[in-house]
Design a binder for this molecule. Structure first.
Ligand code: VG1
Ligand code: CO
Length: 580
């Protein structure tokens, strides 16, 4: 093949957000749009990460992925990359990409140093919906801010990109290596099985035999909903073939370019079918719900965990996994190095860390902040309130890992009881946890696609209020006399304990005397307008009071939050788009 230099001009707004660049497909398919971003990424990397390097290119299979893979492959060849690795049909979940970077060895002994992941995660897909791209580093984790800032700077000045226009399209539906010869020598495209490296890693972490006993027990029933995302490519090999679950326990496990027209976000609003099956919906099915249910997002890094007629909040989920990991999961049998959560995630994990005397870290939203801690051996288990849970086995959150962690805990708690009358249920485990550690009532209100200017004004108003706590407390008392006093208010700022880098403006916090918190953030993953996220949390230690309905328990704080922020005044919205 030959190398062509193509002239181009910058596009505005190619700034990577919380997790890469996400835009409508119609934006991505503009001439040179994707190419500008990819070349800007190559130019932001050090030379040895490009020339002669091995790169993974794959994603959640959403609309435009197949075209994007061919374009990126041709650009990689022209930029002197030695090998491109592609999951069969272009499919690799985000956690599988991370595993492939860290674990896979090519037929010629090669190892990957980075990846382009093609996904907009939980955002809908299809010609009128979202596409996305992000770059991951040699540790398997998302590029840190130092790199994403550089990529963005490059997109503002780009003048040309390199591409091997005459390189023939590679058939990504069949596994195998195709070799090409270019001006600098050989270039290989290696199409490989999407699941095998990941399955192997999962088998090295969990006790598959004990999970198999649980899943094949006539007492236990199971359901997994991939919402037509890439999780489906892993669900069958793991849950059915390895662990003996019945095939009919898999819902929506065929990956689709448009996720079947749905919103591939595993929460109580969007995972409607699963929610109904689990007995938590408005239109519940007549049959007895399964004991355990879970869902994933488009790129399968998120998870929602459900018991029979029972929802586990993600903040509780990570705390419960941390509390039980050493006994229930072989990978952690030597103990946890530490635990971490994102700032808006509830403090349930903090309480576990204190009880178990574990190192604890609070980082800004987004998985990239956990990576440094893990690389430095400071953190084993971490999680976010946004249905993200994971560990240092890779450098991304991992939806299927979280399901396997829960199944391991269930298998452990039910050891010797699988023939008894009653299994220890998901709900039993959560209620027992609350009895031991107290309960963090928690909810998140999302206001999606609000006017960007109005959202900014609202945030500015909240920051301004923070300059006088006594004024804040006067306002709060005027709204509800039954909530505690605000004792601290700030914008969250994080200093990375490993590299000393500082991230500012990571969310507006109001902290109350009784441990309650209100947090306000603007989303960094949307593709249109602004999304305001409001996180509300209240701690209850009294075991007699941990059984309340959470929206009812949190009602006073919610009222304070909405009025303090003048939410309706600024946005015109009287209700959130999604409550989780
Ligand atoms: C959201 C979540 C955040 C998560 C991010 C990426 O970001 O709040 O916790 O890490 O999505 O998840 P934001 O900026 O919109 O709040 V995923 O599954 O979209 O890669
Ligand atoms: Co995701």
């Amino acid at each position: 093949f030959k190398v062509s230099r193509v002239e181009t001009t910058p596009y505005d707004g190619q700034k990577p957000g919380t997790s890469g660049l996400r835009k409508k497909v119609k934006v991505f398919i503009q001439p040179h749009y994707l190419q500008n971003f990819v070349q800007s990424t190559f130019n932001a990397l050090s030379a040895e990460k490009v020339r002669g390097a091995t790169l993974v290119v794959s994603g959640d299979g959403r609309y435009f992925s197949k075209d994007a893979i061919q374009i990126i492959t041709k650009m990689a060849a022209a930029n002197g990359v030695r090998r491109v690795w592609i999951g069969q049909n272009g499919l690799l979940s985000t956690p599988a990409v991370s595993a492939v970077i860290r674990e896979r060895v090519g037929v010629d002994g090669s190892r990957a140093t980075g990846a382009f992941i093609l996904t907009a995660s939980h955002n809908p897909g299809g010609p009128h919906e979202d596409f996305g791209i992000k770059y991951n580093m040699e540790n398997g984790g998302p590029a840190p801010e130092g790199i994403t800032d550089k990529i963005y700077e490059n997109t503002k000045t780009i003048k040309e990109y390199l591409i091997a226009e005459d390189l023939s399209d590679v058939d990504i539906s069949t596994t195998g290596v195709t070799s090409f010869s270019g001006p600098e020598g050989q270039f290989d495209v290696d199409v490989f099985d999407s699941a095998s490296d990941y399955v192997k890693l999962m088998k090295s972490i969990f006790d598959f035999e004990s999970i198999r006993k649980l899943l094949t027990s006539p007492k236990f029933t199971f359901c997994y909903d991939a919402l037509h995302g890439v999780g489906g490519a892993y669900a069958k090999p793991i849950f059915v073939e390895e662990l003996g679950a019945q095939e009919r326990s898999l819902l929506n496990c065929t990956p689709k370019e448009d996720f079947g027209g749905g919103h591939p976000d595993p929460n109580l609003t969007y995972a409607k079918e699963l929610v109904a099956r689990m007995g938590l919906g408005k239109l519940d099915s007549e049959s007895e719900p399964p004991e355990f249910g879970a869902a994933a997002d488009g790129d399968a890094d998120r998870n929602m965990i459900l018991g029979k007629r029972f929802f586990v909040t993600p903040s509780d989920s990570v705390a419960i996994i941390a509390a039980n990991a050493v006994e229930a999961i072989p990978y952690f049998s030597a103990g946890l190095k530490g635990v971490a959560r994102s700032m808006p995630t509830s403090a349930a994990l903090d309480v576990v860390a204190k009880h178990l005397n574990l190192k604890f870290f609070e980082v800004p939203t987004g998985w990239k902040f956990f990576g440094n801690l893990m690389d430095a051996g400071l953190c084993s288990v971490c999680g976010e309130e946004s249905f993200g849970t994971g560990s240092d086995h890779i450098r991304e959150k991992d939806g299927i890992w979280a399901v396997l962690a829960w199944l391991s805990i269930l298998a452990h708690k039910n050891k010797g009881k699988l023939d008894g009358d009653k299994l220890v249920s998901v709900e039993d485990i959560v209620r027992q946890h609350w009895a031991t550690y107290g309960r963090h009532y928690y909810t998140r209100y999302d206001y999606e696609n609000v006017d960007a200017g109005a959202a900014k004004e609202l945030m500015a108003h909240l920051v301004k209020l923070q300059s006088s706590l006594s004024e804040v407390n006067d306002i709060v008392k005027g709204i509800r006399s039954d909530v505690a006093k605000v004792v601290h208010a700030d914008e969250f700022e994080y200093k990375d304990p490993v590299d000393g880098s500082i991230s500012r403006h990571q969310g507006i916090r109001y902290l109350f005397e009784d441990g309650s918190r209100l947090v306000f953030r603007l989303s960094g993953t949307g593709s249109e307008g602004a999304t305001i996220r409001l996180y509300i949390e209240q701690y209850e230690k009294d075991p007699l009071k941990t059984g309340r309905e959470s929206q009812e328990a949190l009602a006073p704080l919610v009222e304070v939050a909405l009025k303090l922020a003048k939410l309706q005044e600024f946005t015109g919205r009287s209700a959130p788009t999604v409550i989780t």
